[in-house]
Design a protein. Sequence first.
Length: 155
Amino acid sequence: MSTLTLVLLILGIAFLVAELVLPGGVVMWLGISSLIVAGLAHLGIVQQWPIVLFTWSALSATLSMTSMLCFKMYLDKDVVQQDYDQDRDAEGTLVQVETTVTRQNHSGRIRFQGTSWEARSLSADIPPTQRAVIVGRDNLTWLVQPYQESSPEVL
């Protein structure tokens, strides 16, 4: 057994033992790669240090990335993805008017979720003394209507 093969075997075993202390999978693949390259060196397929290092690096990277991708695909099956529409959830929310909200421009402002937002009225002008109901959104501008006690839109 050559010195190269012996060094790779010791390195592979050291990596596998280190995996017990540093779990995560990457160190394990470094060890397995070392053992595979040790086998290739023992068979005489790789004998020069630069080729050994390149083979070990490429094999370690390939095994690590492949296992992570497979593991990710396995775990992603348990994740339930739901579409979330913030606009739909905001519709019908009662907000405080900070500055007069008009139909013509985006100069009006409302307070929604603790932040001041631009707003535009879909009907009449809404003075700061009143409250409004969110009915939609146009880019970053909330579309609102004046709040009335009998307003059916309020949830």
